[in-house]
Ligand binder design. Structure first.
Ligand code: SF4
Length: 429
């Protein structure tokens, strides 16, 4: 972004610093990568600015499934229009879509100045000291990519081999985030339960969490996002139950429950294995909130197999559950599976499953009415409990009482369920 002069030993930028805007699409792992991309631009003396005022915009794309790809392409189109209309100087397209479709994008978008694929993960590199989230919560990526190779998923193909960051640099990051005033630390990866398998030859998440808890200082919540069910160990559940800082919250995508479909998906688990795991989790961590994700309309999924999933959601309650329609992705094994399910059928199954889940989660939330929960204030009149992950789960609407600044913890007495959210009154600040 800067042209360097050839004056020996002294580098004077010819151009004034550029204003750099960042658009981060897709998952929270992309948020961390966007922070890394921005840090790189700022290290070259540029300034961070809002996209509307920027000279250069970096869009960190998602290329995981069709809907995410369409969203990324729509944003690139908007930036191209902005470049033509409002003098945006440069567009940089980064991330999974750029990694997966570099040539197609280059031909389709000649107005784009640079394409940056998936960022390499260096085991001994610290995470960028830039935050694109509110100052009081942060995402900490401990590993990249995935060993599991589910038949419908392109992530291993996009991100390459599984890569853990060393415990030492992760602990350095935790200390730095604590000093920066972070109160909620969200530990992320595609599959954090495999953390350490490459670097240490064994699963090291439980051990890492023990060490994180000892250096976390004034960080009050440590949340784990994306646990691969088949890799959840008793050791991990025990450290989650024992460590007061670790949120009693488990996000573990199951994707389906029918044995034949689970096998076709290569999920390394059966229905009875999943049911035993859920019972073990609820026994070892009483009061834990479980979040999961399902895929409907996987190739060959029959009405009967979908009904089994629908009944499972009604019978085995999850505090939170999301679902996607199956997205046929070239480069995956499931792409060529027979009996692809028609779009209308997939959409109808998605609506039925979400309707069943809405009843379940409302029932579970109503059990919180009358309870007092420790909450992190997120906005003027909103907060979250340890059972609500940022940017995905619902909120608690605070009724009356003093205005409390975001990032502070308050005790909130839950008074009502409001759709996907809760309502409550501050008991103490
Ligand atoms: S575990 Fe997740 S990231 Fe890994 S292959 Fe399966 S769906 Fe993809």
């Amino acid at each position: 972004m800067k042209i360097r002069t050839k004056v020996p030993g002294h580098q004077q930028p010819i151009n004034p610093p550029l204003r750099v805007g960042v658009i981060s699409l897709g998952c929270v792992r992309n948020t961390v990568d966007s922070e890394t991309l921005l840090a790189g631009a700022l290290r070259r003396g540029n300034k961070h600015s809002a996209v509307e005022e920027a000279d250069v915009v970096i869009v960190n794309t998602c290329g995981f499934i069709e809907s995410a790809k369409q969203e990324s392409i729509a944003v690139i189109n908007d930036l191209v229009a902005l470049k033509k209309r409002a003098g945006l100087k440069r567009i940089i397209v980064a991330g999974c879509l750029a990694q997966r479709y570099a040539e197609e994008l280059r031909q389709g978008f000649p107005e784009v100045d640079a394409f940056i694929g998936a960022l390499p993960v260096k085991s001994n590199a610290r995470q960028a000291d830039i935050s694109l989230t509110p100052a009081y919560f942060s995402y900490l990526k401990i590993c990249e990519s995935c060993f599991n190779h589910c038949s419908f998923c392109v992530i291993p193909a996009i991100k390459g081999r599984f890569h853990s960051r060393s415990q030492e640099v992760i602990l350095e990051d935790v200390r730095r985030l604590d000093q920066r005033g972070v109160k909620e630390l969200n530990i992320i990866g595609q599959d954090i339960t495999s953390y350490g398998m490459d670097l240490y030859g064994e699963k090291k998440l439980a051990a890492l969490l023990g060490r994180v808890s000892r250096v976390a200082g004034s960080i009050e919540w440590v949340r784990l996002l994306y646990l691969y069910p088949a890799h959840i160990t008793d050791e991990l559940l025990e450290v989650m139950a024992r460590e007061p800082r670790i949120c009693k919250y488990i996000d573990m995508p199951l994707q389906h429950i029918n044995d034949r479909i689970l096998k076709l998906m290569d999920r390394n688990m059966t229905r009875s294995g999943i049911e035993k795991l859920i019972a073990r989790i609820r026994r070892k961590i009483p009061g834990v909130a479980l979040r999961t994700t399902f895929i409907v309309g996987f190739p060959g999924e029959t009405d009967k197999e979908f009904q089994e999933l629908e009944q499972f959601v009604a019978q085995v309650p999850f505090e939170r559950a999301g679902a996607f329609v199956y997205s046929r992705e070239e480069g995956t094994r499931a792409y060529s599976f027979p009996r692809q399910v028609p779009g209308k059928v997939k959409q109808a199954r998605l609506e039925r499953l979400m309707a069943a889940q809405a009843v379940v989660s409302e029932g579970l939330r109503s059990k919180l009415v009358g309870r007092t929960l420790k909450c992190l204030v997120d906005g003027e009149r909103t907060a979250r409990s340890e059972y609500d992950a940022p940017e995905v789960d619902g909120s608690i609407h605070i009724i009356g009482g003093p205005l409390v600044r975001p990032g502070k913890f308050v005790d909130v007495k839950i008074t009502a369920v409001v759709g996907h959210d809760l309502e409550g009154e501050i008991e103490s600040t």
